[in-house]
Design a protein around this ligand. Structure first.
Ligand SMILES: Nc1nc2c(ncn2[C@@H]2O[C@H](COP(=O)(O)OP(=O)(O)OP(=O)(O)O)[C@@H](O)[C@H]2O)c(=O)[nH]1
Ligand SMILES: [Mg+2]
Length: 170
């Protein structure tokens, strides 16, 4: 639609559109958040986006689930586009799961108090992420293509976003 308008509109309208778009995005500071199951590859994706755009990292990636247990945010990420520079906040969230039992970590060599703490921190992160859903302007849902797409809390997440009318990209 924007492409069509830019092709057919007069120069004045083009200029107005360009400044409207730029100011709107700048003023609003879009929150673009990555959600999905534990271990789906959310932090990997965030790191790739940030490396491409600003040569930074979001956080640690691991084969052990629930590596990210707190929301991570990089503000004011600049992206050059043909309509001008866009600025947004990129947010990486803890993997969503209905429950996180300590024994889930035993096979990775994490036991006892460490496993209990990891599970407690993971649950706190999940609650925080669900509570902050409504603050997000766009959501990228990352799914592991080797697993069933509606596993974990993905169905609840998508239903919630439909109700809130958030824009999502899966
Ligand atoms: N095969 C494959 N492995 C991937 C891909 N993306 C990530 N991984 C691996 O999957 C594991 C989990 O990646 P993370 O980026 O930590 O996943 P996450 O969704 O942030 O996990 P949590 O923070 O625990 O929720 C790591 O071992 C990654 O190297 C992918 O596209 N393909
Ligand atoms: Mg992560």
């Amino acid at each position: 639609m924007t492409d069509w308008l830019l092709k057919h509109a007069s120069n004045e309208i083009k200029l107005r559109l360009k400044y409207f778009f730029r100011n709107y995005v700048r003023r609003k500071k879009l929150n673009i958040a990555i959600y999905g199951s534990p271990n789906a590859g959310k932090t990997t994706l965030a790191n790739l986006i940030l490396k491409d755009l600003i040569n930074q990292k979001m956080g640690k990636v691991s084969k052990i689930p629930h590596e990210t247990r707190k929301i991570q945010k990089i503000e004011n990420v600049k992206m050059k586009t043909k309509y001008g520079n866009l600025f947004f906040n990129l947010i990486d969230t803890p993997g969503l799961s209905a429950e996180v039992k300590a024994r889930k970590f035993y096979k990775y060599g994490i036991r006892g108090k460490k496993a209990k703490n990891r599970s407690k921190e993971a649950m706190e992160g999940i609650i925080e992420s669900m509570a902050k859903l409504k603050e997000m302007d766009n959501i990228i849902i990352v799914m592991d293509s080797t697993k069933t797409p509606l596993a974990d809390l993905n169905l609840a997440l998508i239903t919630n976003l439909e109700v809130q009318k958030n824009q999502m990209l899966i």
